[in-house]
Design a protein. Structure first.
Lengths: 435, 435
């Protein structure tokens, strides 16, 4: 039973000073402080349950998202949870289509990241409260602007494309997860390693059972060639190599550059250019297909309309959803279903703060209830900052282990949320007091 | 001579309670309070000049953009103006590619609106300080991600597409405007009327010399047919009728709906669907072309990469730039030049708060230095809130009159900025104190 009226929504600016150690940096983001706008919602249900949600950020700008969360809170506070989830699509649209707030998006940028944080908290709370009828899942999706690619009827399995495996075939997405029966199936979701320049990292990763390796490219071609050669030699011909350009290139430049790396047989080139450039990605995909190299993108694609077009234009071969940039589970469901229809594997973006904790739920749902396949599917994993979460993602034999606890795994340890709060937390007080 | 170090950047949340009179409302934005994040920059140059900039918003969410402006201010304060304008492209990229802030865009949503407000203020200050060498104009554009559509060389006029009229052919964009010689040319930039349901409005507009009329559609087909018939009968067959759907429709729905309005010979359908849907707009354009109806969009298109694709995909026949959603003059220049290359007329979005004041500079530049044509070109005008500006746009015979004062016409009257500040200003204190 869903219960309670939401009596409070608190949001805080939690930042981890990762730039001090240059963790997670890339060519476009040289000094990120991995951060989160962290949302906690409370109800009057007297069951002690709270909903925790977040969106991932890189330090500066978190305060902007916090401000946007506060602006959205009028649509959340004083609502009955029952009222929200019984018309979750309507609630989604209320958040994304507020007649005034909409202008500063719509459905993109800070206000959409804020929507994700709020909705992630609602899903966490809902999931904690009960196992629900999965038939409600489709009613959480706002199909606005994507019906030319996917209609609700098709998604229901009334149409042919997903009759083999209706989204209704499993009743436990996020809820009451049956760990014992599913673990074996999911072990194949391998993690990928971010490789720096050091050879040792690769050796160590191979020893730990890693099978897929990602190399950052785009800054310097001779150096890229040198590193790709090194890694390919170390991992041998059978393991998977992927390239990530973090949006460095123009369209033609991407094609020329990656062509020169083709000899190392990469599976994909990730984020070759602007995440907004659907036609650019299509041109790159077309040019690289004869070389056997796919295009992957999505971590900065801002909503379902962009993903729809990437699929329609055959602009990618691997689709990388993000649990915090899209409007939570609601919008990610629509993308999973479209990917199924267009037969493109979903390989979520993760890492950051809490992204692995969140997307593990989405890959499991995709596998069990939508795609029914592990072929060419994988989920990013970075071994970083999990210690701050109450229910951290667990990796065994280089694979995600299905989460056992109810909820969306988004709750931080109280001490972490307090210590790392920006700028009041003790960690930041110490850093900021230095001359 | 450009002079001075920027010593301060102040931003305020200025809101006009337009929702009380339902001004400017449409199907997607039923109750806007026309507002602005309003930026003032000061220097130590002792010339008394300040730069004023703004971005238009709809009320709620302005505080989010204000927060984003504050986040950007570290890139502005303590910079020499000379340093900024001598590498304006670099400065633009610094604002849009901050390694941490970038994540909450990139180049979209609240942080890009904030970029526009800041850069609008810089252009205002620069323009006030001096008439500058127009050869510098191209060096303000960041061509990143659009070189497959337009290179700097092409924009320079070295390539064929703009040899007839190089962007360098006039030296007075924003600066030292020669009013007497240009007014006649520009009178043809007619304004468009927003028409409500009342017949009298139309009669009055015709009497005032208006030649182009826009009707909001999309909520109710029989009502749309009734109103379009009424207006077409009143304005006769020779005047121009345009339709605006404010993103109401799915792709197929747009085609079907507009087909049923074709008998009224509209010039265009504006914003038929999501502003992110390039392929959707292309499908609608293709379907409506045989009916002689073009597609117009742009007021919520968030950056040059979206406009590039709309042009590449033949998705529009009329391109509606926005002076406050794109990254100020810098990014709008890139769009004007691409529109020239693809031979699509630019018809800016205006109205709002200060948009008419800003875009009048852009249409003049487009006409004199880029397109060299008035054919099918027009600029929106709404007779609203101009009284709050120190240098309001002036309309004569239903046409914009070129501005005579140096600067970007963005300065508000001090009293207005003070009274309408949210929530401290006296206007809001009065409204908010009501039970």
């Amino acid at each position: 039973m869903v219960r309670g009226r939401i009596t409070g929504l608190a949001v805080s600016d939690v930042r981890f000073p990762t730039s001090l150690g240059h963790h997670g940096s890339d060519a476009m983001h040289p000094d990120p402080d991995y951060s989160a706008a962290y949302v906690v919602i409370e109800t009057d249900a007297r069951d002690g349950l709270k909903g925790y949600g977040l969106t991932f950020t890189l330090g500066k700008g978190t305060e902007v998202v916090v401000c946007a969360v506060n602006a959205l809170s009028i649509h959340v506070v004083n609502k009955d949870l029952e009222e929200i989830v019984s018309d979750f699509r309507g609630f989604y649209r209320q958040l994304t289509s507020d007649g005034q707030l909409r202008w500063i998006g719509p459905e993109k940028g800070a206000v959409h990241l804020a929507t994700a944080a709020v909705l992630n908290a609602v899903w966490d709370l809902w999931a904690k409260q009960e196992g629900k009828d999965p038939k409600q899942l489709l009613s959480c999706i706002d199909f606005r602007y994507i019906t030319d690619a996917l209609t609700e009827e098709e998604a229901c399995g009334k149409s042919s494309f997903c009759q083999d495996r209706s989204p209704y075939s499993l009743s436990c997405f996020l809820f009451q997860w049956d760990y014992s029966s599913s673990r074996a199936l999911l072990f194949k979701y391998s993690k990928m390693a971010y490789l720096g320049r050091r050879k040792e990292l690769c050796t160590e990763a191979l020893k730990d059972g890693w099978t897929r390796f990602k190399v950052k490219v785009g800054a310097n071609l001779p150096d890229d060639i040198r590193r790709c050669r090194l890694i390919r030699e170390m991992i041998g011909p059978d393991k998977t190599l992927m390239l990530d350009a973090n949006q460095r290139w123009e369209v033609k430049e991407a094609i020329e550059w990656v062509t020169k790396l083709a000899e190392f047989k990469p599976l994909w080139i990730e984020e070759p250019t602007s995440p907004d450039d659907i036609l650019g990605h299509a041109a790159i995909s077309k040019a690289l297909a004869p070389l056997g190299i796919g295009v992957a993108t999505g971590e900065q694609c801002h909503n379902r309309v962009i993903f729809k077009q990437l699929l329609q234009a055959k602009a990618l071969s691997y689709l990388q959803i993000d649990s915090c940039r899209l409007g939570s589970v609601n919008e990610n469901l629509s993308v999973l279903l479209m990917a199924k229809k267009f037969q493109i594997p979903v390989c979520p973006h993760a890492g950051g703060v809490g992204l692995c904790e969140l997307v593990q739920h989405l890959i499991i749902f995709d596998y069990i209830s939508v795609s029914g396949s592990l072929e060419n599917r994988m989920c990013e994993y970075v071994d970083h900052l999990h210690e701050h979460f109450k229910y951290p993602a667990i990796i065994k034999k280089a694979s995600y282990v299905p989460p056992q606890d109810a909820g969306y795994s988004t709750e931080m340890k109280e001490e972490s949320a307090r210590k790392y709060q920006f700028p009041q937390g003790e960690v930041w007080q110490k850093i900021l007091s230095k001359p």
